[in-house]
Design a protein around this ligand. Structure first.
Ligand SMILES: CC(=O)SCCNC(=O)CCNC(=O)[C@H](O)C(C)(C)COP(=O)(O)OP(=O)(O)OC[C@H]1O[C@@H](n2cnc3c(N)ncnc32)[C@H](O)[C@@H]1OP(=O)(O)O
Ligand SMILES: O=C([O-])CC(=O)C(=O)O
Length: 375
């Protein structure tokens, strides 16, 4: 991949503030959360430990983790008014729109009245997002009103249990756990920056997170995991994938799930989720989707020096677990709400309203011609 152009369009490479939460693309270790390598966290931690780390600054002790999980478990239920709103959203709505509405509606019912409540409200969102998406999905698609207050030990397990009406096996719960860790935090990406801009006006947490969901929805950001799935499922063999991909590159089409605004040679999250995708492929006996994905990776690197970002192998991994494609990006929300909220807290702790300037490119100063004289 060519050297990244800094400055100019997209503010690439510009420092727009400070954070103690994560580093992205710093040499040596591609991605760290509060000083820990994401690979280390994905190998050794549960997602709830990482959420605790992001919020409170240190990994929890066993007792702290048990307490924290207890707090989150106690927050899985949805108020009746929110359930009624979710029941009115049609089955063909985009699930990211459901997440956005669910977040906003919860803000109407249990809003943040003072910043002293910020951690409690962030925990509430972290606990409630899986319930929100599954309640809507199961009502609109299966006509059932599910119980969201399950006793599942983990957020990933809670999500899969509600989605499929049965407790997940250990492999699926572990992959969800890793996936949620990989997506949790990523410095000043577009959705987090959205949240921080909103926070800088001293707005409430629900507004910050609702705005961030809107930014994550686009295919150039979180929506790329769904777009990657739509791409790979078009191919019935690795050879067909190679042929079609070469045509797409020739036509200068964008291939979703490749490239990155900061990383220049690889996304450290890719190797991790790729490994799990391979395990899941073996588990389901897949001999198409995984080889197709691997060939796409090889072709993109060989032809363009473009590498898979976090989203590409998430597509096949989620698919192998039977998760409908349109629910892929909402899973990203279920995880990234930790990073978003922690950035909101950081912004509030040392705030100045974010208000950059624009280079003006419009007409010179001119006089208004009264409408009667404009012809
Ligand atoms: C979790 C996440 O949000 S990760 C990002 C998810 N998004 C995607 O996967 C969408 C596909 N990828 C992209 O659109 C881009 O790579 C982005 C948005 C991630 C980064 O954008 P930028 O930083 O502007 O890209 P960058 O400057 O590296 O692009 C360099 C060149 O490679 C091309 N390029 C970059 N990514 C791709 C791609 N996926 N497919 C084809 N060409 C690409 C660009 O068009 C550009 O070509 P040009 O110089 O002829 O215009
Ligand atoms: O950092 C970015 O621009 C996008 C990304 O990978 C993320 O938010 O996880």
């Amino acid at each position: 991949m060519a050297e990244k152009k800094v400055g100019g369009a997209g503010l690439r490479g510009q420092v727009a503030g400070k954070t103690a939460l994560s580093t992205v693309g710093v040499s040596g270790s591609g991605l760290t959360y509060r000083g820990y390598d994401v690979k280390d966290l994905a190998e050794n931690c549960e997602f709830e430990e990482v959420a605790y780390l992001i919020f409170y600054g240190e990994l929890p002790t066993r007792a702290q983790l048990a307490d924290y999980k207890g707090v989150l478990k106690g927050m899985r239920g949805l108020p009746q008014a929110l359930k009624e709103v979710l029941e009115r959203i049609p089955a063909d709505a985009h699930p990211m729109d459901v997440m956005r509405t669910g977040c906003s509606m919860l803000g109407n019912l249990e809003g943040e009245e003072s910043f002293d409540q910020q951690q409690d409200r962030a925990n509430r969102l972290l606990a409630a997002f899986p319930s929100i998406i599954c309640y809507w999905y199961r009502f609109s698609h299966d006509g059932v009103r599910i119980e969201t207050e399950t006793d599942d030990d983990s957020i990933g397990g809670h999500f899969l249990h509600m989605l499929r009406d049965e407790k997940p096996n250990a492999l699926h719960e572990q992959v969800m756990n890793v996936s949620l860790i990989l997506y949790a935090e990523h410095e000043f990406n577009a959705s987090t920056f959205t949240a921080r801009v909103c926070a800088s006006t001293l707005s409430d947490l629900f507004s910050c997170i609702t705005g961030a969901i809107g930014s994550l929805r686009g295919p150039l950001h979180g929506g790329a995991n769904e777009a990657a799935m739509e791409l790979i499922e078009r191919f019935s063999s690795a050879d067909e994938a190679e042929k079609e991909l070469l045509g797409m590159l020739e036509r200068k089409e964008k291939i979703m799930g490749f490239g990155h605004a900061v990383y220049t040679e690889s996304d450290p999250r890719n190797a991790i989720i790729k490994q799990w995708s391979e395990k899941l492929a073996a588990d389901v006996g897949d001999d198409v989707l995984y080889p197709v994905s691997v060939r796409c990776e090889e072709v993109m690197w060989r032809e363009k020096k473009l590498f898979c970002n976090a989203d590409f192998f998430h597509a096949s991994a989620y698919h192998f677990m039977g998760i409908p494609t349109k629910l892929f990006t909402p899973i990203f929300v279920m995880s990234r709400v930790t990073g978003w909220a922690a950035h909101v807290f950081e912004q509030r702790a040392d705030n100045r309203i974010i208000r950059p300037s624009a280079e003006y490119t419009g007409p010179e100063l001119r006089k208004v011609v009264p409408i009667a004289e404009r012809g």
